[in-house]
Design a protein around this ligand. Structure first.
Ligand code: BYC
Length: 314
């Protein structure tokens, strides 16, 4: 078969809803798009540990500390799981990590914002994990087997993260006036970045045509964003919080919540490296790499010694 014929057969397979597995033939761009998306996703999980990790020592109770610690560990697990999924496409973990540490790789815009109060931990779980779940349940229906299966497991854990975040917000919003103000302030700061996190509008999204044709994504950025908004606005109201958008209104005819203008200039500024914490996040990852190097070298030396012993004994 020539390449054109192979691509036609590949598209037929995708259109019929079958999954693509690691060792099967795939168009080079399918491989590239997936490698890009999965590695960005893995980096997001790893960098995403930083804003929340910042509050582990300051959690307001032992219970809150234990829950947050477990959540941050889950994110590390997701990152490792996703690096493995990306490796099935032929890239190795070291290359991906080098791309992150040198600033060449993207990770989610949302993690370039600071966590200023305990309520921000609630806002991240509720809004950021909430947006991530809506996106990832869609990605779980995607065409690449290893990635779609990873999404199923990750979404289960994200659902727990989402509930613990909402629970924090709900308690604060129904606590003292100061606690309520803290929850509202966190919502004010995290709402728009969470909306932007789901990617550029459909009109601006440069990868969507290709990624949707190959069912890497099965829905567009705006469709996923609307689902997140429709699900989250009533939750804010139930907690007694106000969405920071004077133009927010419910459209009785469509059954959807309509939001005001999204500040896309801010989003592009953040993804180009000029958000409030981009430099700080990269520096923290670079330091972790440096400080952990001796552990990795010792582990590799030990493994090499064990291998040499096994060879000698054989
Ligand atoms: N941030 O053509 P488009 C989590 C880039 S972490 C930065 O629409 P696509 C969690 C995009 O990469 C969840 N960059 O792209 C962890 C592209 O640039 P390149 C993270 C963004 O891929 C810890 C350009 O903009 N989730 O749950 O079709 C604690 C044009 O965009 C962003 C994932 O990574 C952004 N927000 O659609 C708590 C899911 N958005 O690469 C929670 C996997 C866009 O061409 N990724 N860009 O230079 C996706 O689903 C898709 O990549 C997106 C964007 C929907 C995000």
């Amino acid at each position: 078969m020539d390449t054109a014929e192979r691509e036609k057969k590949f598209q037929e397979k995708i259109d019929s809803g079958l999954k693509v597995e690691a060792k099967e033939w795939m168009p080079e761009n399918y491989r590239k798009q997936l490698t890009r998306m999965i590695s960005q996703h893995a980096h997001s999980e790893i960098v995403g540990m930083l804003p929340e990790g910042n509050w582990i020592t300051r959690a307001p109770s032992l219970r809150r500390k234990a829950v947050l610690l477990a959540k941050v560990q889950d994110e590390a697990g997701h990152g490792l799981y996703l690096y493995s999924a990306a490796e099935t496409l032929g890239i190795d973990r070291k290359t991906m990590i080098d791309q992150l540490l040198s600033g060449r790789a993207k990770y989610s815009s949302i993690f370039n914002y600071p966590t200023l109060s305990w309520a921000d931990i609630g806002a991240i779980g509720w809004l950021v994990d909430g947006a991530a779940i809506v996106n990832q349940t869609m990605l779980a229906r995607g065409s690449y087997g290893p990635y779609s299966r990873a999404m199923v497991r990750i979404c289960k854990e994200e659902s727990f993260h989402n509930r613990q975040g909402y629970e924090i917000m709900y308690h604060l919003a129904n606590g003292t006036p100061e606690q309520k103000a803290m929850a509202q302030d966190a919502l004010n700061r995290w709402w728009w970045p969470s909306i932007q996190m789901l990617g550029p509008s459909d009109a601006q999204s440069k990868n969507s045509e290709e990624t949707m044709r190959w069912k890497i994504k099965v829905e567009s950025n705006d469709t996923v964003r609307q689902r997140f908004i429709d699900r989250t606005v009533p939750q804010a109201h139930a907690a007694g919080l106000t969405i920071p958008d004077p133009d927010l209104k419910f459209n009785e005819e469509t059954g959807h919540w309509e939001i005001g203008e999204i500040e896309w200039t801010e989003f592009y500024r953040v993804i180009k490296g000029h958000g409030p914490c981009n430099r700080k996040r990269l520096k923290a990852r670079q330091e972790a790499e440096r400080e952990g190097r001796w552990v990795r070298e010792a582990a590799a030396a030990y493994a090499a010694k064990q291998r040499a012993r096994a060879v000698q004994a054989a």
